[in-house]
Design a protein around this ligand. Structure first.
Ligand code: COA
Length: 565
């Protein structure tokens, strides 16, 4: 079937749907919902059998839904309507929630129901539930709806005929989200912030400045006067509640010269200089190590998967410590939602010299990748619970093996960041693990890929299936089996020999130097593309047209025009 994904942006859910529908052998094209005319043009060019709207910020124009079946993916249970579905579900402590696929009509979210899938709720941020439970349910629900569409006897059910639990709810305004520090207990504070994280955040006050806050965690064992900032730890500030305290990791100050998400202690560096400092392992912990049956596990759930210079350096130090332990296998676990998304573009944008900070950050990333590549004392595994993008994918590939959960999406390319050349030793790693042809394909395609394609191309070595909650246990049993293998010493010797041979053919330093020469041009050269693309990414500037890599229908049109000419 020809399916057009009409979407506000190519976000995580849309990417998963794109990958899943292509895998189901549908012909899929994407159009960003920019205006009525452009959407109509896309339909005229692509002539889709079906239009699916996974993520829209406005209603589908009458002229489109009246002439085509348009299926809307709504992140709510049947009957739920409105733009803040998940926010309300989290705030109202719903035990289960769902995704509904409904047909667009004149009334927003009130069309006939084609499919719905429910899931259990989890104590997590809105963004995390969206990226995991909602996305998985959405793929299932869309696949069900497509089967229904292919079944000529199927008719969707009008909402009015269903005894639906859901109801119309308004946009959740900041007055609902506002924290009353004199009254709200820690659990309520966490819930209010989680239902607004990653967007829009909760409006609050820190050091007399109005900010939006994100990335909160209970601060165990800390007490103070409710509403006061009482401590700092790593990137986070600690604010007391009536019955405890919370760590606030990330903050946005819209009036600041850098009005985007930044770590709290970076934005308030001066104000928190003399604050009581809690060590990371007792406070806001971004990196931790654990050992289990002869395997070392390094966790690094950096917010949004972005890795600043300091975070790379801290992770390198933790990794070096891990290699000194009496183990034979190290697993790089990343975080639950992201394994890594590469260098920290917000921190770079906020730096005095973004070019210098980009340079420092990529070098810190490379130091880390190099340490992983050079490790001969351990077998190193990258275990992806969540997605990885850009340099994060290549950092993962620096390990001997890469394992991923079946729902992981990889974006192994830098080109959308202003034709950034990229580093992290990809020019060594991709030919080594994927071969030259695949390496070219991976870096040129500019498209997200699922685990099946990543396995085929050599970016992954194993896929771990099943519920995500069982992922860590599955990784642990696989890794400890590896550590117990009789031939582990032989495998390590072989690894050391291979490294020596590779080094003799071309030293790692040469790969690094060549990559960094190209990166230097990206950062300091005449072409400002990288700086412009980074600005647009950090400031979330909406795309004014769909990139041709996504809009297959527009590529067809160009070819036709050329052949006609
Ligand atoms: N630096 C800083 N923030 C980053 C980031 C990075 N490298 N990568 C992602 N983020 C942030 C996004 O700004 C977004 O922030 P929000 O919480 O304010 O919404 C959040 O992480 C989620 O990213 P989003 O783009 O919405 O996720 P996605 O699943 O739709 O797309 C990627 C994933 C990887 C394709 C996309 O995030 C991306 O292109 N990231 C940049 C990768 C990159 O070029 N890195 C630098 C070169 S190594």
């Amino acid at each position: 079937m020809r399916i057009l994904l009409l979407t506000h942006a190519f976000n995580s859910l849309t990417q998963r749907l794109f990958v899943a529908l292509q895998q189901d052998k549908h012909e899929v094209s994407i159009e960003f919902d920019i205006n009525d005319e452009t959407a109509q043009e896309a339909i005229d060019l692509f002539q889709p059998d079906l239009i699916v709207a996974p993520y829209l910020k406005r209603a589908i124009p009458d002229s489109i839904w009246q002439n085509h079946i348009c299926l809307i993916v709504h992140p709510g249970i049947v009957g739920d309507r409105g733009p803040s579905s998940l926010d309300w579900a989290i705030l109202n402590k719903e035990k289960t929630w769902g995704v509904t696929v409904l047909q667009a009509n004149a009334e927003m979210d009130a069309g006939d129901i084609w499919a719905s899938v429910e899931f259990e709720m989890r104590d997590a941020t809105k963004a995390s539930i969206y990226r995991n439970e909602v996305t998985t349910a959405a793929v299932l629900a869309v696949q069900q709806a497509i089967s229904c569409f292919q079944d000529t006897t199927f008719t969707p059910t009008p909402l009015k005929q269903l005894l639906a639990k859901g109801k119309l709810r308004p946009l959740m305004a900041q007055n609902v989200r506002r924290i009353n520090w004199q009254r709200d207990d820690t659990e309520t504070v966490l819930r209010k912030i989680r239902c607004a994280d990653g967007f829009p955040g909760v409006r609050d006050e820190l050091f007399g400045r109005e900010v939006l806050i994100y990335d909160v965690h209970a601060a165990e064992g800390l007490r103070g006067r409710a509403g006061e900032v009482i401590a700092k730890s790593g990137l986070a500030l600690c604010k007391a509640t009536v019955d405890g305290a919370v760590w606030i990791g990330h903050v946005k100050d819209k009036a600041h010269q850098h009005p985007f998400k930044l770590p709290a202690t970076v934005l308030f560096a001066k104000q928190c200089k003399d604050l009581y400092e809690v060590p990371a392992h007792e406070g806001y912990q971004e990196i931790w190590y654990e050992e289990h049956q002869g395997v070392g596990y390094l966790h690094f759930p950096f917010y949004n998967g972005a890795m600043s210079t300091k975070q790379c350096q801290d992770l390198l130090a933790a990794y070096q410590d891990a290699t000194k332990q009496n183990t034979k296998v190290i697993v790089l676990m990343g975080g639950a939602d992201f394994w890594s998304n590469g260098i920290h573009l917000n921190m770079i944008e906020a730096a005095k010299s973004p070019a210098d900070e980009s340079w420092a950050n990529i070098n810190a990333m490379n130091d880390l990748a190099e340490a992983v590549i050079r490790t001969t004392s351990h077998i190193v595994i990258s275990a992806m619970q969540g997605n990885a993008g850009a340099g994060g994918v290549f950092l993962a590939r620096a390990a001997d093996e890469v394992w991923a959960h079946e729902h992981v999406i990889l974006n192994p390319h830098y080109k959308d960041m202003g034709n950034l050349y990229g580093s992290e030793y990809w020019t060594y790693l991709l030919p080594k693990y994927c071969g030259q042809d695949h390496a070219r394909h991976i870096t040129q395609a500019r498209l997200p890929m699922g685990v099946a394609e990543a396995m085929e191309l050599g970016l992954l070595d194993a896929v771990i299936r099943g519920d995500k909650s069982g992922f860590i246990e599955a990784v642990k049993s696989k890794a400890s089996a590896l550590a117990k293998q009789d031939n582990i010493h032989a495998a390590l010797q072989q690894k050391a020999r291979q490294r020596e041979q590779d080094e003799a053919i071309k030293p790692l330093s040469a790969y690094r130097e060549e990559e960094l020469q190209r990166m230097k041009k990206n950062f300091y050269g005449f072409d400002p593309s990288y700086h412009v693309a980074r600005y647009n990414f950090v400031y979330k500037v909406c795309k004014s047209r769909t990139p041709l890599t996504l809009a297959a229908h527009r590529r067809v049109d160009q070819n036709t025009l050329r052949s006609v000419a």
